[in-house]
Design a protein around this ligand. Sequence first.
Ligand SMILES: Nc1ncnc2c1ncn2[C@@H]1O[C@H](COP(=O)(O)OP(=O)(O)OP(=O)(O)O)[C@@H](O)[C@H]1O
Ligand SMILES: [Mg+2]
Length: 320
Amino acid sequence: MDNILEVHNLQVILKRGKQKITAVDQISFSLKRGKTLGIIGESGSGKSLTCMGMLGLLDRKLWDVSGEVVFEGKPLSIQNRKAMAKICGNKMTLIMQNPMSAFNPVITIGKHFYESVNKPGSEKKTKEEVTEIATDLLTKMRIRDPQAVLHSYAFQLSGGMLQRIMIALALAVQPDILIADEPTTALDLSVQHEIIKILQKLQEQYGMAILIVSHDLGVIRHLADDVSVMYAGNMVEQGSAEIILKDPQHPYTRGLFASRPAFSKERLIMMEGQPPALEERLEGCRFYPRCKERCEDCLAYHPGASCKDEIHQISCVKYL
Ligand SMILES: Nc1ncnc2c1ncn2[C@@H]1O[C@H](COP(=O)(O)OP(=O)(O)OP(=O)(O)O)[C@@H](O)[C@H]1O
Ligand SMILES: [Mg+2]
């Protein structure tokens, strides 16, 4: 299979004094060239830490991150900051879940575009060229007065506006891979649909691959070619969207879909129980306390070990 990106054994550990708490536990996944991978899972399962961790963007004072990223067939250690910096923000760009934290408050939106397009190593563009690219993308994102926005600072704009600007910023460098962590959550439904359509169109146009994290199964259904399901820092099920959405096997995935649309944060969670907090995670299968199909073997199970077949991976003792 033609993978543009593979992530192997990504581990993210929270350092709390002398204590080390594993938040993302040796997960692996891949993204096919020009295709979309959707990552789903309840709040707190580690989706954002996965996105930030794989790009080497987590604060090293607080987090230990290890693992390997294979980009275009070339393996890179995530700990190799220099090598990661070369592809991050350039070949791979991120739309962060929290738009506010993505902007520097003391520089204008226009300057953000300029700096992002003229990252070291990229072909230099003039201010006029950048303004043209930015104006075009902001217009596509349904921002009415792009010129005024380019002269504004982040604190002068609403969350919904910033989210759309962040998408435009991420697209301005025409990345090979777009990583979108809940890219449309702060937006009205009609704008959400519009932006999803634009992403799809740009993907067709430029052949970019997309990794999208979403609570919205509608978005995943619409966009994803492949789906990965996360629970408490583990990947519990992975496969083509067709397989996962039509015939989910892991008891967690089935519970998640059955509770739809309730697994959205804003709505009531109907699947019984809550995901464990970082420090409450069990040895063995972490879904055990909530699983309707649990058995004794689950407690001795090491997550990540099992597989139904090559194209459908299920991390559950039933499939060992
Ligand atoms: N800075 C931090 N300090 C301590 N714990 C953190 C920090 N950031 C994240 N965590 C914890 O790590 C776990 C995974 O967080 P993460 O943000 O990746 O979840 P998520 O799947 O993206 O959730 P959501 O759907 O709400 O965005 C959660 O239990 C969260 O509380
Ligand atoms: Mg998140």
